[in-house]
Design a protein around this ligand. Structure first.
Ligand SMILES: NC(=O)c1ccc[n+]([C@@H]2O[C@H](COP(=O)([O-])OP(=O)(O)OC[C@H]3O[C@@H](n4cnc5c(N)ncnc54)[C@H](OP(=O)(O)O)[C@@H]3O)[C@@H](O)[C@H]2O)c1
Length: 295
């Protein structure tokens, strides 16, 4: 479909009626996207239940006694997968409870299509949500720009002036968490998004060296990107406090960037919202002004 055909359709959705007056549950309500989804919903007058282990409404994937209370009276829910071993099974149990309790809409924050060993299903949580019986929307974002400002490990590197990765000169179409939140809010509150999977990327591919240069320009600081080997990165990351598991995951994600595996630009923001995604330069300029990269 051409861009000009997409825009009027998306604009019609955007102007659509608000379809739930019941509270909206936002899992991961303290995280990079959940926090933004919750505040946008509140600004629009919705009653929001922002839930997580440390959020205003207590919710813990590992403690099923916290599930039913956060679902009480809810009409729609924003879901972020648990990082538990059986994440899809856990999500299935939670989705059943939600739908049985009257939740009509589920919006899942998923991932781009990770490649898994032969014979295994890709992203099984997506199937759980598709088969839940609720109207569903799935968000499939690229790396968030906000990792560099809202994740302690990455932010520290910017503050220290040395961005150290094993991504080589590969590129990634970083997406802004504000765009993800705008799409989530549209899917939670407006008609026209049910049954849609939205691949969400920014408008440009950037290497880690380019990201570093963008942030250096925005902050006026000297920043250097150091591409190193996965083995050296493992030592570097664990030396700075990451667990071996998390450092290994990061190496895998960097390897995918290194081979440009998910470098394609997608049109999910345009399809859902009828506008272009925010550029990394814009993110870097606004974030630099908050001072977060100087502390
Ligand atoms: N970051 C990226 O670049 C990126 C890109 C694509 C997809 N994703 C996906 O986005 C999701 C979130 O990632 P993120 O980087 O946005 O993480 P994040 O900012 O750290 O947010 C995670 C949220 O989950 C909550 N949480 C963690 N463990 C929990 C538990 N056991 N029970 C209930 N809530 C729990 C956290 O709050 P509390 O600590 O208060 O519990 C927090 O609100 C992941 O599924 C990730 O795969 C991320």
């Amino acid at each position: 479909m051409s861009r000009s055909a997409i825009l009027p359709l998306a604009a019609a959705r955007f102007a659509g009626p608000m379809t739930t007056t019941r509270p909206i549950l936002v899992l991961g309500g303290t995280g990079k996207t959940g926090r933004r989804v919750a505040s946008r919903l509140r600004e629009r007058g919705h009653e929001v239940r922002a839930a997580s282990r440390n959020g205003p409404a207590r919710f813990d994937w590992s403690d099923e006694s916290t599930w039913e209370p956060v679902l009480k009276g809810v009409g729609a829910a924003y879901l972020i997968d648990s990082q538990l071993d059986d994440a899809a099974g856990t999500l299935r149990d939670f989705s059943r409870l939600a739908v049985d309790g009257g939740v009509e809409r589920l919006v899942l924050l998923s991932n781009r299509d990770w490649v898994v060993p032969a014979g295994e299903e890709k992203l099984p949580s997506e199937r759980v949500v598709r088969e839940s019986g609720a109207a569903w929307t799935i968000l499939k974002p690229a790396w968030f720009a906000q990792n560099f400002s809202e994740d302690a490990f990455f932010r520290r590197q910017i503050v220290d002036g040395d961005v150290v990765t094993s991504a080589g000169d590969g590129v990634e179409p970083f997406v802004d968490a504000d765009d993800i939140a705008d799409v989530a809010v549209a899917a939670l509150t407006q008609d026209g998004h049910a049954g849609q999977s939205y691949e969400l990327t920014g408008p440009r591919r950037l290497s880690l060296a380019a990201v570093t240069a963008e942030i250096a320009r925005a902050t006026g600081r000297r920043l250097t990107h150091h591409p190193i080997s996965p083995a050296d990165h493992m030592a570097y990351a664990t030396g700075r406090g990451l667990s071996e598991d998390y450092a290994a995951l990061l190496n895998t994600l960097y390897a995918w960037i290194g081979e440009n595996r998910f470098a394609d630009l997608a049109d999910g923001v345009q399809r859902a919202l009828g506008r272009e995604p925010r550029d990394f330069t814009d993110y870097a300029r606004h974030t630099a002004a908050t001072g977060v990269w100087h502390r």
